[in-house]
Design a protein around this ligand. Structure first.
Ligand SMILES: NC(=O)c1ccc[n+]([C@@H]2O[C@H](COP(=O)([O-])OP(=O)(O)OC[C@H]3O[C@@H](n4cnc5c(N)ncnc54)[C@H](O)[C@@H]3O)[C@@H](O)[C@H]2O)c1
Length: 319
């Protein structure tokens, strides 16, 4: 394991990165942490307000595509975890260029500076979407990439670039590919907070097509623990799938939220399907289980608490 002395976390003002920053700073209170985030529409400093109070945590507002900014942010670090990304599939179908810039070119800039700075551990946060859909069974880390939408394609490109830096330059890179995360602090364009917030306001819950789309729902804190384990014990050059084996159809997701909030199914409206909408994603996670991780958070409990969090934190999402 690399002895961490200072770490750069990019994109930690977003959803998963903010949970990870909290988990890391609680486990390693003496660790120096630099957070680099552009604060796009999806980034929100209030997601990490508590972390920023801690001594040893520095925040830099800046773009991972900017070489000088990244060089400054990575100075004296020996580890990097890259969460910074454009993440909304629908937006990538509308306009792909920000996805190419941040997800692909931005990852290249981080890799280049990591090489220059002799970084000892570089963790790239990727997604199950790079494999594309699977009607049954589950993908393992050796399966080919087959992304269906521009977001997933830019993430797949970044994964390949990361692996090439391991092979060509020996940069110690690990990749985690997780399934769909849920939990507090997720930007309300994503399906879980969107459905909760719309239901709270008696607004329609838009379901794409027939709603028969299956995703594996993973609690964001469990993903944070998985990423931390890969940072601590991951083998350079390796990819780790992360999932909860908790497959839920979109119709059922809406029903769970409506039932929890005692709202009627009448709020559901069917909308035109997204192009190239993948029916089902599924991951074989035995590799990260062998490393020592398994999802700890029971879905029923954490999903209910997530709904309550959005109910109780209206100020956060109204902003
Ligand atoms: N949310 C999920 O369910 C999920 C599932 C699998 C993988 N992922 C991956 O996890 C990572 C984090 O996802 P998320 O849901 O937390 O995203 P998010 O959209 O909530 O947050 C992204 C963060 O990156 C920042 N950012 C964007 N462009 C930047 C740039 N050019 N420079 C610096 N910062 C920039 C934003 O300001 C924001 O704080 C992404 O790489 C995503 O592909 C997410």
């Amino acid at each position: 394991m690399v002895k961490l002395n200072k770490i750069l976390i990019t994109g930690a003002a977003g959803f998963i990165g903010s949970h990870f920053a909290r988990i890391l700073s609680e486990k390693y209170p003496a660790l120096k942490i630099v957070i680099l985030d552009k604060l796009t529409y999806a980034g929100n400093l209030s997601n990490i307000e508590d972390c920023l109070q801690r001594p040893g945590i520095e925040f830099i507002k800046g773009d991972i595509c900017d070489l000088q900014t990244v060089r400054k942010a990575m100075r004296d670090c020996n580890a990097v975890v890259n969460f910074a990304a454009e993440t909304h599939v629908d937006r990538s179908i509308e306009e792909c260029s920000p996805f190419i810039k941040t997800n692909y070119f931005g990852t290249y800039v981080l890799l280049e500076i990591a090489r220059e700075m002799n970084i000892k551990s570089f963790i790239q946060i990727s997604t199950d979407e790079v494999y594309g859909p699977i009607p049954e069974g589950a993908f393992n880390e050796n399966d080919p990439l087959n992304p269906s939408n521009p977001y997933a394609a830019t993430k797949a490109g970044a994964d390949l670039l990361c692996l090439s830096y391991f092979k060509s330059y020996g940069l110690p890179v690990c990749i985690t590919r997780s399934t769909n995360n849920y939990g507090p602090y997720q930007y309300p364009e994503k399906v879980v907070p969107l459905f909760i917030i719309n239901a709270l306001q008696n607004k329609p819950l838009p379901i794409y097509g027939d709603g028969k789309y299956y995703r594996d729902w993973l609690y964001v804190g469990d993903n944070g623990e998985a990423i931390l384990l890969v940072l601590e014990k991951g083998v350079p050059g390796e990819i780790y799938n992360v999932g909860a084996q908790n497959y839920i159809e979109n119709n059922q997701l809406a029903k769970l939220i409506l039932d929890h909030l005692k709202k009627s199914w009448d709020l559901v409206v069917r909308v035109n399907d997204r192009p190239a909408h993948d029916k089902r994603y599924a991951l074989d996670c035995s590799k990260i289980e062998r490393l020592g991780w398994s999802p700890k958070t029971p879905f029923q409990d954490a999903f209910g608490k997530t709904i309550m969090w959005y109910l109780e934190n209206e100020n956060w999402w109204k902003e």
